[in-house]
Design a protein around this ligand. Structure first.
Ligand code: A2P
Length: 277
C-alpha cells in the first residue's frame, strides 16, 4: 500500500512482539527467507538488536525491507524520544527506520511526535505514526501536528474489527495496521467453525481466512509465529479472495470493536505510568 506521504509499505509483515531476544534473529531470518519484507518491532520488545542482527546478515538489501519500531513510554518527550530514535537506529544497525510509531498514548506523546517529525526531516525516519490511539486521542493529535500520522497500529482481528476507528482514520488517510491479527488464537480462532467452513472451500486454514478478512479491508497485518511452517501459512494469503457474502459473515464475529486491551482503563494507565513513566 502507499502511505499518506507516498512511502510504499508491504501489506503482510512479521511481528516480533513476545519473541524472546535470543530467538529473535533466527525468527527474523526465517521470516525474511519465507518472503516477509516488513518486520515490526518496538523498543519495549527488547529485541531490536535481534532484528538488527538479522537485517545485517540476511542477504537481502536493506532498502528491500520495511522496518517498523515504536517509542516506549519511558522515552516520552521531545528530548528523550529523539535520543531513543538514535538508540533504535544503533540497535537495528541501520541509518533509517521506515516507520516509527508512538507505542501508547500516554505521557508527553506530543513531544515524542515532534521528535519524530524532526527525525523525519533529517531522513532518520521515512514515515511516522502512532499505535493504540483511540478515536479521541488520535483525532486531537492529528489535528495538532504538521505531519499527519501515516499509520495507527491497533489490536484488530475478526473478534475486534475496529470499525469505528477505521472511519476516523480514513478522514486523515491514515493506514490501519493490525497487531495480533490472529487474536493470539483466543476464542478458538484457529478452529473457528465460520472461518473453517469458508477456508475449506478454498483450501485455506481459519488463520489464513482471518488474515485475508483484514487485508481485504485494506488493513496491514503483522502475524507473529516462531514456527517456520506457520510463518509460511500466514504469508500465503494473497492467492484467494473472500466474497462480499463471506466478508459479511465474518463481520458478524465482531465482539469488542476496539480491542480486548482497553487503553482508556484508568487502572491499566496507572500501572503503565507507575512502572515505566
Ligand atoms: P507460535 O509463535 O508458537 O507459532 P497474533 O499474531 O494474533 O498475536 O497470534 C500469535 C499467536 O498465534 C502465537 O501464539 C503463535 O504461536 C500463534 N500462531 C501464529 N500463526 C499461527 C497459525 N497459522 N496457526 C496456529 N497458530 C498460530
Amino acid at each position: 500500500m502507499t502511505l499518506n506521504n507516498g512511502v510504499r509499505m508491504p501489506m503482510v509483515g512479521y511481528g516480533v512482539f513476545q519473541v524472546k531476544p535470543e530467538e529473535c534473529a533466527r525468527c527474523v531470518r526465517d521470516a525474511i527467507e519465507t518472503g516477509y519484507r516488513l518486520i515490526d518491532t518496538a523498543q519495549a520488545y527488547f529485541n531490536e538488536e535481534g532484528v538488527g542482527a538479522a537485517l545485517a546478515d540476511c542477504g537481502v538489501p536493506r532498502e528491500d525491507i520495511f522496518v517498523t519500531s515504536k517509542i516506549w513510554i519511558s522515552n516520552a518527550g521531545e528530548k528523550a524520544a529523539a535520543a531513543s530514535i538514535d538508540e533504535s537506529l544503533r540497535k537495528l544497525r541501520t541509518d533509517y527506520i521506515d516507520l516509527m510509531l508512538i507505542h501508547q498514548p500516554y505521557g508527553d506523546y506530543y513531544g515524542s511526535y515532534r521528535a519524530m517529525e524532526t527525525a523525519l526531516q533529517a531522513g532518520k525516519l521515512r514515515a511516522i505514526g502512532v499505535s493504540n490511539f483511540g478515536v479521541g486521542r488520535f483525532t486531537d493529535l492529528a489535528l495538532h501536528m504538521d505531519v499527519k500520522p501515516a499509520v495507527n497500529q491497533v489490536e484488530a482481528h475478526v473478534f475486534s474489527q475496529q470499525t469505528a476507528l477505521e472511519k476516523v482514520l480514513r478522514e486523515y488517510d491514515t493506514a490501519m495496521m493490525a497487531w495480533s491479527p490472529l487474536g493470539q488464537g483466543r476464542n478458538g480462532l484457529f478452529t473457528h467453525p465460520v472461518l473453517a467452513v469458508i477456508g475449506k472451500t478454498k483450501g485455506k486454514t481459519p488463520a489464513q481466512v482471518a488474515l485475508r478478512f483484514l487485508l481485504q479491508r485494506g488493513i496491514v497485518v503483522i502475524p507473529k509465529s516462531t514456527h517456520v511452517e506457520r510463518m509460511q501459512q500466514n504469508f500465503a494469503v494473497d492467492d484467494f479472495e473472500l466474497s462480499p457474502a463471506e466478508m459479511e459473515e465474518i463481520a458478524g464475529l465482531n465482539e469488542h470493536d476496539s480491542g480486548n486491551v482497553d487503553f482508556e482503563n484508568p487502572a491499566f494507565i496507572r500501572y503503565l505510568i507507575e512502572t515505566y513513566g
